[in-house]
Design a protein around this ligand. Sequence first.
Ligand code: AMP
Ligand code: MG
Length: 352
Amino acid sequence: MKTIVTKIDEQNIDDKALEALKEAGEIIKNGGLVAFPTETVYGLGGDGLNPESSKKIYAAKGRPSDNPLIVHVADMESIKKIVKELPDAAYKLADALWPGPLTMIMEKSDEVPYETTGGLDTVAIRMPSNKIAAELIRQSGGYIAAPSANLSGRPSPTEAKYCIEDLDGRVDMIIDGGQVGIGLESTIIDLTSDVPMILRPGYVTQKMLEDILGDVSIDKTILRADSGVKPKAPGMKYRHYAPKGDLTIVEGDPLKVTEYINLKLAEHKENGEKTGVIATKQTVLKYNADVVKCAGSREDEEEIARNLFSILRQFDDEDVSCMYSEAFADTGLGQAIMNRLLKAAGHKVVKV
Ligand code: AMP
Ligand code: MG
């Protein structure tokens, strides 16, 4: 399949851009697939109400079909058709945080095929704020099922070039809307349990949700591997974001962390391995690795979130076989950063 790549500037959606989005919308309405930018990461979109489209999404990504897709909408009215009922909590959260990086799980209506929900009776719904995404949803009939636009297991794409790397020839169109703003996938909150529960941490933090809803719990498997207990979001059980090499997270007093990592780097180098480190502005000059990547300043977690997935991909490009990362705080946005890092490392953590 020949993949069309189209550039659109989110800040200037002119007639030409609208024309391209209309074409992309037609592709989706006709059962095709389009990768597009959102504020979190790039999504791989198909018609969420068409079971054949969802099957195509799984095939294009090589994604296990029990890992449900998020349905993206452009307005509140559209949701009524795809849920059994719209709970009060959904209105409250939507008022405060939509459009934006939050996904809500609700009971699905019969309009949503099981192919889209991975066989579940619930549906995940998000209203993205990216203007290209919003217009594409409107042009596509209102319901775009979209997981992240990467091959299954690889880091989510934060730039169109990574979608091209993974999906060229496997999808009908890729819309290049530049680098995304957030860089980590949406926070997922389940509204079907008695106490709303965070199934995946993201830019919207537990504190932000509690300020709106009161009590909010968090799926305990998110931060620490707990063999035997399955995460509630089916996708969270899969190894993910994994670089080709071996990644270890080192936690503890900052001076000791640097010391430990440098010690290990020397050992690996002796064995002829190519080494890498994920560092911060505060420590970037202290490491003796072949490839040292600075994720950003420790004081600026948003910067670290934005850079993380791209760094993991760059290690692959440079054939690094052995990597270390400093740990980050597991509160606030750090919780989402640590969750993705832990999955990339297969939960390999050393405490010093
Ligand atoms: P992705 O779009 O690639 O970030 O993946 C979507 C995530 O949402 C996966 O982790 C899914 O397991 C999760 N998800 C989607 N729908 C549901 C649902 N109905 N219940 C629980 N988790 C869901
Ligand atoms: Mg994904």
